[in-house]
Design a protein around this ligand. Structure first.
Ligand SMILES: NC(=O)c1ccc[n+]([C@@H]2O[C@H](COP(=O)([O-])OP(=O)(O)OC[C@H]3O[C@@H](n4cnc5c(N)ncnc54)[C@H](OP(=O)(O)O)[C@@H]3O)[C@@H](O)[C@H]2O)c1
Length: 408
């Protein structure tokens, strides 16, 4: 870095504060925050007041500001800031997973149009350098699949439920008291947060863009005592897993509570920690793990992105090519365990391949291969709990008609 770079920061919440403190401690002579735009001008802050503004153009229209750092909690405004920054040819760092996941294809093209980069390592699993590894280390390897614990709140809740026998409500309360879960935990416990991260990771792993609404997310809020007993009998942990797999030129993906065998290193990732297993054709299994959120862990990754921009780094999206394009396929067969308390809640014919079941006074379950489209029909049902059997891959779904044609 030769020139001193001036930064404009949007948002001084948890991540913004962590970023500010780390930059301050670094005493880096080449990076200086010129302006911080916040929403609420009356909030008490510990930083000198002349640096604050509530007017976005104080950053966006200032020709002296070289890099924009967007750390606000509002996806729609974050997208506006990102677009205006790119139009002004100001490189931008963001950690806004929702905004990125919902608009990644457009953001990819805007970076090309304005020849200006966007970096967003903090958007996927906080401190774990996933995107950077996919961009650099895995650029020349063919990734076959990945599976990860992408949400710290749910991993904390599941750890308490399984290791300490807390019920779901107790575990959620504890997570909220410790600041690991939001007061409205919906995005975390129903798997939306993990799904945003999954959509971003799919683009960098396999070179295809998928809108989050095309990925099925099942949450942890319906996991029952029966499910936990069943997991223990099978020698497995239950984790909220975001996973994707490439078969031919199709990519399949899902977020769901999953039985993870103890031999899988993800089974021992506990509490608020995140992790990802990447399976590459040349590398085999590699796991990255670390803190998936928090002021300093995420602030550090944001600072690292800023320093990377300063030295000319940008994402090259090495897996996105025009030859043999890869597409996300919304349907597939997946191997599941479905538990329910009322007999007859589901039918054998719901499964494409039924592999077993149990009916008793203490509950009922069925296992087998089922279409993702069928699971999507059950998302709002509170009388069922679906858990994916984690040691089995996706299977391509072929309708009976397609099977007959291929046999003919
Ligand atoms: N927290 C984490 O561990 C974590 C981890 C990974 C990624 N992220 C992502 O990082 C981003 C920030 O998260 P956070 O946890 O730091 O949020 P937060 O603590 O809720 O803080 C949000 C900040 O954004 C400001 N803000 C909101 N709307 C604004 C607007 N229209 N203009 C200017 N400022 C605005 C708020 O201003 P006031 O201070 O005036 O209220 C506040 O400073 C989010 O996209 C989140 O998904 C967070």
């Amino acid at each position: 870095m030769s020139k001193k770079l001036k930064l404009g920061v949007f948002g001084l919440g948890s991540v913004g504060q962590g970023f500010y403190e780390l930059l301050d401690q670094s005493k880096n002579p080449n990076l200086e925050i010129k302006k911080i735009v916040i929403k609420n001008p009356t909030k008490t802050r510990t930083i000198e007041s002349s640096i604050f503004s509530t007017t976005p153009t104080d950053i966006l229209d200032d020709p002296e500001i070289d890099i924009v750092v967007e750390l606000i909690d509002d996806a729609a405004t974050a997208l506006e800031i990102l677009k205006l920054s790119l139009q002004k040819r100001k490189p931008i760092v963001t950690a806004n997973k929702k905004m990125l996941a919902e608009n990644l294809e457009e953001i990819f093209w805007l970076q090309r149009k304005y020849d200006t980069p966007v970096l967003y390592e903090g958007a996927v699993c906080g401190s774990i350098p996933i995107i950077r590894n996919l961009e650099m280390h895995y650029a020349f390897d063919t990734l076959e699949s990945f599976e990860g614990i992408f949400n710290g709140s749910t991993n904390y809740i599941l750890t308490k439920m399984i290791d300490e026998k807390s019920n779901y409500e107790e575990a959620l309360n504890k997570a909220q008291k410790l600041g690991f879960a939001e007061s409205d935990p919906t995005l975390d416990v129903k798997g939306y947060d993990a799904k945003y991260k999954l959509a971003i990771t799919i683009a960098h792993s396999f070179g295809c863009f998928v809108k989050p609404e095309h990925i099925l997310n099942l949450g942890i809020d319906k996991i029952s005592a029966h499910d936990i007993r069943y997991a223990k009998q099978q020698g497995c942990a239950i984790k909220l897993i975001a996973k994707a797999e490439k078969i031919g030129n199709k990519v399949f993906g899902i977020v769901a509570p999953t039985l993870v065998p103890v031999e899988n290193p993800l089974a021992s990732v506990k509490n608020e920690f995140n992790a990802i297993n990447l399976i590459g054709a040349s590398t085999g299994l590699q796991m990255l793990t670390g803190k998936g959120a928090g002021s300093l862990p995420t602030g550090l990754v944001v600072l690292s992105d800023v320093a990377s921009l300063a030295s000319g780094f940008k994402y090259s999206y090495p897996k996105i090519t025009n030859d043999n394009p890869v597409v996300f396929e919304t349907d597939a067969l997946i191997n599941v365990h479905v538990s329910f308390s009322e007999a007859g809640a589901i039918r054998l014919t719901d499964f494409e391949e039924f592999t077993g079941g149990y009916q008793g006074e203490d509950g009922h379950f069925m296992t087998g291969w089922i279409r993702i489209k069928k699971l999507a029909e059950w998302v709002d049902r509170n009388d069922l709990s679906v858990i994916v059997l984690g040691d089995t891959p996706f299977k391509v779904y072929e309708s009976k008609k397609e099977q007959e044609l291929s046999l003919a």
